[in-house]
Design a protein around this ligand. Structure first.
Ligand SMILES: [Zn+2]
Length: 399
């Protein structure tokens, strides 16, 4: 469940790897080296941290959702006063009327479990890898033991735990709009299959075209950022979602760790919340204080990512490489709606490439996403007072 801490040096290990080196990157030049996630030692007054506020996404009314779509104020300045950035997990759970966290393991890492009606989160001291209902969650900071009590960084509680343990309902109008973004296209082929040389762009487009009718049958209005083999700038993919008033944005990709042929599995990305280090930087600037329009949807992003990631793991049976945060993904930054980037497996791994090249596998991936987003199924659960459609995102499917 918990891998050695060495796997957390992802930025260094994975630099230059994966399909994201070509398209999902921000279209800005590299300006400065990122701060080291290793610098996240205990810090009671972290000038890099944003001022801590109570979560505002626990219940989103349509009006509130509209408000939240306004881009947040820039968080470019350090907090004006020192803020406490670490919170006792016991106290946090008690404030939410959750059972007290309990020690569940002493080896290989001391691990605690905290539960809600939505599921169970396992946290390990000294590790950024947590586990939510059987799937891996990458925290921003390692949990610490202070005076015999578990402390978490307040941003992890607010941005990583709260949206899962107390999930925000995603509420839409009667015919919600989803924009599906098949990664790459045209001269931007993405990564290539180690077996056949076929381009990632071909498989992402096919995945999207399989997903679209399934979502339409479920009540969605579906738009694809591209329907043929054309190269579209990342900024235009964001503008496309804006022009179509998208309620949800999904970017579809396949991964690469070339020349490593062993790495495999599924990864799901959302934009890093302001104040936290990213899971993955690929050497790009990762200034923690940066805030983007999509950061208004941190809670919804996390809940949506968990739901989709869990569904894909369950359907595909691939290795779980976790729910991750990245700040350099230009296709997510400007989105004024919940937005997630999915990596459906490694084309650099021969066995996984063979599965990805199988249309039946891509159909499975499409069906898993459609089932996770199916409005008709959600409509059978209690409806919100607004009369809009709601996707209950409280129970990601365990793998
Ligand atoms: Zn890609």
């Amino acid at each position: 469940m918990f891998k050695p801490a060495g796997i957390l040096l992802l930025g260094a290990l994975l630099f230059g790897a994966g399909c994201a080196t070509t398209s999902p990157l921000a279209e800005e030049p590299i300006t400065s080296p990122p701060p080291s996630p290793g610098a996240s030692s205990l810090n009671w007054s972290d000038p890099e941290a944003v001022p801590l506020t109570r979560p505002t996404h626990s219940k989103i009314s349509p009006a509130a959702a509209g408000q939240s779509k306004r881009p947040p104020a820039a968080l470019s300045k350090p907090a004006p006063v020192p803020v406490t950035t670490w919170t006792s997990l016991n106290r946090w759970a008690a404030e939410r009327h959750l059972p007290a966290p309990r020690l569940i393991s002493k080896t290989p890492l001391v691990s605690y479990q905290v539960r809600s009606d939505s599921g169970a989160m396992i946290l390990a001291l000294g590790s950024r890898e947590a586990n939510w209902n059987g799937m891996e969650i990458l925290l921003g900071f390692e949990p610490q033991l202070i005076d015999g009590q578990v402390f978490l960084h307040s941003l992890d509680l607010q941005k990583n735990l709260e949206p899962l343990l107390s999930p925000p309902p995603l509420m839409f109008g009667p015919h919600p709009v989803i924009v599906i973004d098949p990664g790459h296209g045209g001269i931007n082929a993405g990564t290539k299959s180690v077996r056949t040389g076929r381009g990632e762009k071909e498989f992402t487009l096919d995945w999207a075209k399989r997903l679209a009718p399934l979502l339409e049958a479920g009540g969605w209005q579906v738009f694809l950022t591209r329907t043929n083999d054309t190269d579209i700038a990342l900024s235009n993919r964001v503008a496309f979602a804006e022009a179509h008033h998208a309620d949800v944005f999904l970017s579809l990709h396949f991964n690469s760790a070339a020349p490593d042929t062993r790495q495999s599995g599924l990864e799901t990305y959302s934009l890093t919340p302001a104040g936290m280090p990213s899971t993955l930087t690929r050497g790009y600037d990762d200034t923690w204080t940066q805030s983007f329009p999509n950061n208004a949807f941190d809670a919804e992003n996390q809940a949506l990512a968990a739901r989709l990631h869990g569904a894909l793991l369950h359907a595909a049976g691939e290795e779980d490489r976790g729910l991750r945060h990245a700040r350099f993904l230009g296709v997510l930054r400007g989105q004024k709606r919940p937005a997630v980037l999915l990596e459906g497996g490694y084309l650099s791994n021969p066995a996984e490439a063979q599965r990805i090249e199988d249309p039946g596998f891509r159909q499975k991936l499409a069906e898993a996403l459609a089932a996770a987003l199916n409005l008709n199924a959600a409509a059978q659960s209690p409806r919100p007072e607004s009369g809009g459609s709601a996707i209950e995102i409280s129970r990601p499917t365990p793998p």
